[in-house]
Design a protein around this ligand. Structure first.
Ligand code: PLP
Length: 433
């Protein structure tokens, strides 16, 4: 049996190039992070060889004594990392990633064409929360369920809870989803709980982006108010790529969430769990209970604050005026450029971030802003000082983008720039995000 360099030098070379890119660039994509060597060791282990359909103690194949031990440990650590009591809450650690975890919840508690409400994608929500355009039901969530988005108040950049309440009373959703991919503030869980109760809906939080911050108690705790909490495991939590679903153990609205959700994961939508991922996740969740992890998450937030403050000093408009978490959303429209151009130019300078729609964009497909996150570079040791310098680099990149725009106006290159900013181009990138 050969190692990778010998067995497949072509793949080895691609991995090395990607490693070089990760090493060289300023990684500011808010949903990315650098996981630990220990997590990678578990993910690259023999755990990948085993089939273990079912749950600990109730498997369809033999030979699962150690996998049972591992998954049970992972579940216990997941509950402990998020400070929830195993008497009141259970967890399924098998979801393959965030989007499958969400769809598993929907199929567990809803019937086809039942109604749900999530934050609109152009206002910061995630595709899997029901995104659709006037022409197309883009996400499977909006194909199989009836989706009505709620939105931000464009004057404040904050969730418009009054509008959510009024719409929920008319639309009568069975599920309301909190959580976002590009929202720099906490959700008002008590308010959302009240709205859900008033219309008889389940309340779910998708804490994918902020799960590390939740584990470290540096943002509000969704478990106090929600019936179900889903998450990815590879963003601020800094684990391997995967997903988890937490559920209340007592029946909610007459539904036994534990059996409904476990059955939706398997056999509903998945087969054999990815045990190597569950191994890596267990390692990550041990670390998530350590004082170092709490210190790291505090730094994620203070670094993001330093970035936000410097951008404000430089005259930038931030959606909601700042940030309480790990990301800022910069509205570039006052400068007359869009996020796509800025992203491209910054990419040339190895500054990796993403264009993002901002409230008030005419089309979700030509985004007017950029999203910048602090988790990855905080892992690499950046402090507030470096994050203030990052704001200056971004500022220079934006100036170059403006200058490039001026230089190309009236030239042939302008057609190319138009393509870069065109709906087709932006849609390609957004959908793969
Ligand atoms: N939920 C939220 C809030 C996200 O931001 C994302 C990904 O960015 C997901 C779910 C989907 O996760 P995955 O890409 O693992 O399917």
């Amino acid at each position: 049996d050969h190692g990778l360099s010998e067995a497949d030098p072509e793949v080895r070379a691609i991995i090395d190039k990607e490693k070089g890119r990760q090493f060289r660039s300023l990684e500011l994509i808010a949903s990315e992070n650098f996981t630990s060597r220990a997590v990678m060791e578990a993910v690259g282990s023999c755990l990948t060889n085993k089939y273990s359909e079912g749950l600990p103690g109730k498997r369809y194949y033999g030979g699962n004594e150690y996998i049972d031990e591992l998954e049970t440990l992972c579940q216990q650590r997941a509950l402990a990392a998020f400070h929830v009591d195993g008497k009141n809450w259970g967890v399924n650690v098998q979801p393959l990633s965030g989007s499958p975890a969400n769809f598993e919840v929907y199929t567990a508690i809803l019937k086809p064409h039942d109604r749900l409400m999530g934050l609109d994608l152009p206002h910061g929500g995630h595709l899997s929360h029901g995104f659709m355009t006037p022409k197309r039901r883009v996400s499977g969530t909006s194909i199989y369920f009836e989706s009505m988005p709620y939105r931000l108040d464009e004057s404040t950049g904050l969730v418009d809870y009054d509008m959510l309440e009024k719409t929920a009373i008319l639309f009568r959703p069975k599920l309301i989803i909190a959580g976002a991919s590009a929202y720099p503030r906490d959700f008002d869980y008590p308010r959302m709980r009240k709205i859900a109760d008033a219309v008889g809906a389940f309340l779910m939080m998708d804490m994918a982006h902020i799960s590390g911050l939740v584990a470290a108690s540096v943002v509000a705790d969704p478990f106090e108010y929600c019936d179900i909490v889903t998450t990815t495991t590879h963003k601020s939590l800094r684990g391997p790529r995967g997903g988890m679903i937490f559920f209340k153990k007592d029946p909610v609205l007459g539904v036994d969430l534990e059996s409904a959700i476990n059955n939706a994961v398997f056999p509903g939508l998945q087969g054999g769990p990815h045990n190597h991922t569950i191994g890596g996740l267990a390692v990550c969740l041990k670390h998530a209970q350590s004082p170092e992890f709490k210190a790291y998450q505090n730094k994620v937030v203070s670094n993001c604050g330093a970035l936000a403050n410097r951008l404000i000093e430089l005259g930038y408009k931030l959606v909601s005026g700042g940030s309480d978490n790990h990301l800022v959303l910069v509205d570039l429209r006052p400068l007359g450029i869009d996020g796509a151009r800025a992203e491209k130019i910054l990419d040339l300078a190895s500054i990796t971030l993403n264009k993002n729609s901002v409230p008030g964009d005419k089309s979700a497909l030509v985004p007017g802003g950029i999203r910048i996150g602090s988790p990855a570079m905080t892992t690499r040791g950046f402090t507030e000082k470096e994050f203030a310098a990052v704001a200056d680099f971004i500022h220079e990149g934006v100036q170059i983008t403006l200058e490039a725009k001026r230089l190309v106006s009236g030239s042939k290159l302008q057609d190319f720039m138009k393509f870069v900013a065109s709906p087709d181009f932006s849609l390609m990138d957004k959908v793969s995000d």
